[in-house]
Design a protein around this ligand. Sequence first.
Ligand code: ZN
Length: 947
Amino acid sequence: MSHGRRFARLLGFLTILVLAWGVATSGQQSDDSEFARLVKAWTTRPEFISPLVDHLPKTAGVPSPKDVLGHHVGEPGTLTYYNDILKYYNALASASPRLKVLSIGKSNEGRDLVVVFVGSEESIKNLDTYRGYLAQLADPRKITEAQAKEVIAKAKPIYHLSGGLHSGEVGPSEMLMELAYRIATEESPLVKQIRDSVIVSITPVADPDGRDRNVDWYYKYGVNETEGQPTGAGVPYWGKYVFHDDNRDINYSQVEMRALLDWYLQWHPPIMHDLHQAQTLLYTFSGQAPQNPNLDPILYGELPMMANFEMSQMAKYGMPGVWTHGYVDMWSPGYLAFMSSNHNGMIRMYEIQGFSGANTRKLRLGNGRQSTASTGSGEAGSGRADQPDAAAITAGRSNQSQREWFRPWPATGEFDWSLRNNTNYGETGVLTALQYTSQFSKVILENFYVKSRNSVETGRKEAVAGYVIPGGQRDMTRVAVVVNLLRMQGIEVGRAVSEVRLKDGTFPAGSFVVKRDQPYARLAKMLLEKQVFPDPNLRTYDDASWTMGLMSHADVREISDKALLGVPVEPVTVLTVAGALSGVGSTFAVAHYGSNNMITLRYRLKDLNVQAAEKEFKEGNTTFPAGSFVVTGDSARVRSAVESLGLTAVALSGAPQVPMHDLDLPRLAVYSTWGSTQDVGWVRYAFDKFEVPFDLIYKDRVRQGTLRSSYDVIIVPNQAGTAKRLVFDIDSRGSPIAYKKSDRFRNLGMYGESDDIAGGMGLDGVAEIDKFVKSGGVLVTLGVASFFPAEFGVAPNVDATRTSAQFYAPGTIVDAEILQPSHPIFYGYDTKTISVRYANGPLLSLQSGQNPFDAPGAAQPATPPGVLMRFSGGDDHVLSGLMRGANEIRNRPAIVDRPSGRGRVILFAGNPCYRWQNFGEFNLLFNTVLNFNDFKNETRTSQDSSF
Ligand SMILES: [Zn+2]
């Protein structure tokens, strides 16, 4: 027994004395003896609990979790559905004036999204007043220093806690119910101090749709699982579209993430704390390198202060295995709780040991890495397999039982781990964080104010004064995407009232101006600048770059001239691009300037005759580039679609004298494995947003055959990591793993269903895909899925290899060179070189002596027909972020068009539909869909250059 443990006992004893004193003075509070007994039994070792959570008060008239749910939090084998979680918070709010439940929207599947506030009666009664104080501190331009001091004296920090962002990480959403009850009812000095000086706000479950699906899966497959007989496969879906990527949704595409951002911008909690569940036994994030240098140095002091406080407090309570360094870094601003740091607050994060279900399971730590017991339950779980190995990224991950300066008391050996242990660790940690916050509430508020003030002031002093997004760009819909994403994040964007003359250039009236002397200027700079990775020897947990202008192919200029700060502007609320249709007639030309809305237009006019011009032509003063639509039909409908989509159209006097082809709409399928649905989800999301109908098909449909009779185009999004896994997917486990809806399990069988998700398409499926192509179908593969047609021979004479072990490109933005500009895939692109996100897809090459890419010293190697675009490669062509070994991709094909039989295979080495992010590349995919039967088996000539 350790010294710490003895101390914890002593502390526990003192706590009991204090509580006893509390009871004596208040005369009301007694503890729930059943709770204490059961929780002790469910806790697998005495050191896995603290004196903060080994008891629970009973309060007349205020329901504890058990009073509503029928069980105490952390009961083995028991998980709570979202509706019951809401039922509990609502019951608690009805009974206690210390709680309030606020609706903030609906999930994709229609569940209520809420934020629960807990605090003193006074705090809850005056919530709007406290919200007002924080809003004042968030915008220091509107108050003086003296006023700020007065506001800080009256204000209270809101500390936001969020559970259930990742549906397999089940514990925190259970724990938060008990925490809310405890904060609302317990009369201990610590909890009273927290209640009085902090307002706690809670997202009970950040992805409630995924929560219910995962709980269904647990009750169907996990609850009876015994050690040695793991079910293995996880539930195929969490939320409607994505798994872990809801924590990398930098543009807040998913409604649940957007609702939280909208709430954040109204309430300004200085701290947002995400509770995850993947590491041993509790990891508290302290903001390690690589760090984003745009964020305030104050933040980088605050993060380790809180983490170290938690670690030392928990050591004092006798709890081993708490550590503060070595997992996830402060580089990408795309993690959900980063919304706080992005707006001058503080992101916090825990990883608490746990499993995707509620069974007690064996953990084997030993001297080395954690063994099988926790696989499949963590951040590296489903959906991330095609990303670089996150687990290998940071030191300390591989051996969490080893002592380090940041882990002075590691957990070691072999022991059982229960859901209640997870509750004990999480709740003790959070109470400790709240203790710190209550103790230093004024410092936290002052820091929040000063960070906001510094943001405005550094914008006046530093080299970058802001950004101009010039008006009059060829396609303004992409400008609108950028402006509106900035606005969504609370960043102020102005429209210049007259011409803007700066040392950096002259821009027309109507250009968009982002000035850096504003509270959220740090975020504006982070999103718009080119990312310069601080140290090429470091790795990062997610993307190394995200520069919005490069991602969306919109012109965004960084400005150093301080005169920008004085440019008169009108504030933009939302930018709507009004399309224009001029002239009268029944045939119209719609210019293809590269707007992603072109495909939406085609589908909105699906019953009309629409052709694509294969060459540029003019009508009046308007030049229509190749790919422009020629539409015949009802002018009112065309006008309405063109105007609402922000496009440019002119009525034609006669058919243009250029070759044209019909834009037939393909019967479109998107193929998904069962084991890796997330990146498929991003493609589904983009198609849904742009109104492109498709069938989502799985192995059963492929194996059934006759694909050609149902489909013209099959897209295989980035997934599965390797060709072999794409084909064989989840291993068969003897008995079928069904994903089907039933009365008991209503959340399963959504987005697809199968009697057995294991087995993959198999070789029979490959043969059917090959038949589909040879009989005239178009197969399109994205990113790592492009290994499949190369390695299984579906794309003849195409080889796919991998980059070397030294190569490292975590989401780098690079140049790609268009080699066949007249190819329909490039309709709407008007430059020879475009920026693309490098996606760790295959290094493609063509066989039969057609592959001179590797020839040393070949400056301008000839490129064989079939290669439509290639990566420029080399350090000079890295536009943003980090790429180690950039020469390895030099002149490697980025898009290959390979005929086979009567059909063809289009292989993208990159991913043209990456999350909700690389909008500039979406058209490569959309053009492929719209022109699927118009690709010609041409050989490229040296004259083929229309730029
Ligand atoms: Zn997580």
